[in-house]
Design a protein around this ligand. Structure first.
Ligand SMILES: [Zn+2]
Length: 267
């Protein structure tokens, strides 16, 4: 049986890499075909660059990151960072569903629409649109304009939902073999890595950490700090699995009646 097709749907370049980069790289190694969909251009994600400068680097950074993961392609919807909640859900749903049908997607990776404590409006909006799109892409009367374009209905069979709160996670994936590639995929998002450290410094200052304790941190030299933070985070998940590193998901699949059950392939 040919390996399945994965579509990772992210609001921003670096979302999927932070939350699931090790698992995606591992599944590519196992022969799965990976495609990335990024809904915005990250064009409000900086304290240093203009929206235009961020827009200009969005695609080259995404393509470099996709290459590190071994993805077959990157699709970008080009929305403004922070404005996904203003896009009608039907429109976003239609765009995601078109890609599911075009690529014949079997497996979705995305923010979990049901997870609590998600403060980013883009993550919430995209999660719901992705859930709607992937739940109904097999029904021909949903967005029937796609069929008029020659596409066929497509049934998604697996979902890897991720959340900052690791809400209701039921699947841990050992990412020890691929954590280096996860870091490479993240480093490709140079602007977002600088932002991550700038944000960390801002938060430390807001919490009253003294300047002399922060003076050694240079956000443009982010690699050692991202490496440290990410490995610490993924090691906590790894400890639950008994591996060095892991990533956590609320995994969902089609539950067949017993008479139809077939052995499942696990990454
Ligand atoms: Zn994001």
């Amino acid at each position: 049986m040919p390996k399945k097709v994965i579509l990772s749907v992210a609001a921003h370049g670096d979302d999927a890499e932070f939350m699931a980069g090790g698992t995606l790289a591992k599944m590519v190694d196992d022969g799965y075909a990976l495609y990335l969909l990024i809904a915005t251009d990250n064009d409000r994600g900086s304290y240093r660059l203009s929206a235009q400068e961020l827009h200009n680097v969005a695609r080259p950074e995404a393509e470099a990151s996709a290459q590190a993961l071994g993805a077959k392609g990157v699709f970008m919807l080009g929305y403004r960072d922070g404005d996904l909640c203003a896009v009608p859900r039907q429109v976003l749903r239609g765009q995601i569903m078109r890609l599911i049908r075009q690529l014949k997607v079997d497996i979705i990776f995305c923010w979990d629409p049901f997870a609590p404590f998600e403060n980013h409006p883009d993550h919430r909006a995209l999660a719901w649109a992705t859930s709607d799109a992937s739940s109904f892409s097999a029904l021909p009367l949903f967005h029937s304009e796609h069929l008029a374009e020659g596409l066929q209905p497509q049934r998604v069979s697996e979902w890897y939902w991720y959340s900052k709160s690791h809400w209701e996670t039921n699947k841990l994936v050992d990412t020890t073999p691929t954590i280096a590639r996860k870091l490479q995929a993240l480093y490709a998002y140079d602007c977002q890595m600088v932002l991550t450290i700038d944000d960390l410094l801002g938060e430390a200052r807001a919490m009253g950490v003294a300047e002399d304790r922060l003076a050694w941190i240079d956000p443009t030299q982010y690699r050692p700090l991202i490496d440290l933070g990410l490995r610490a985070n993924d090691a906590k998940l790894g400890a639950q699995l008994g591996t060095e590193y892991a990533e956590a998901f609320r995994y969902q699949t089609i539950e067949l009646p017993e008479i139809f059950q077939v052995p499942q392939e696990q990454p």
